[in-house]
Ligand binder design. Structure first.
Ligand SMILES: [Zn+2]
Length: 77
């Protein structure tokens, strides 16, 4: 987990979290995984989501564009 490999240029890919095929994916706010909309929705419902977003925002403000996130909570794995 967490190789940090970026995949781009593919319309179809597998979600890096659940492995499902997906055409729409988005980077997680907890780590650098590219996730399907289902996984992103699970993140959004998580109590630590606001904290994760805030941490990302702070990192961006301080000029860190390679912030890896606060880490995926165990109950989202
Ligand atoms: Zn997924």
């Amino acid at each position: 987990m967490g190789t940090g490999a970026q995949k781009s240029g593919h319309t179809h890919m597998n979600c890096e979290r659940c492995g499902n095929k997906t055409i729409s994916h988005q980077m997680s706010f907890f780590n650098t995984q590219m996730c399907c909309s289902r996984c992103i929705e699970r993140e959004r419902a998580h109590p630590k989501y606001a904290e994760a977003r805030e941490a990302e925002e702070m990192a961006l403000k301080s000029g860190n564009r390679n912030f890896d996130g606060i880490g995926l909570p165990n109950d989202l794995r």
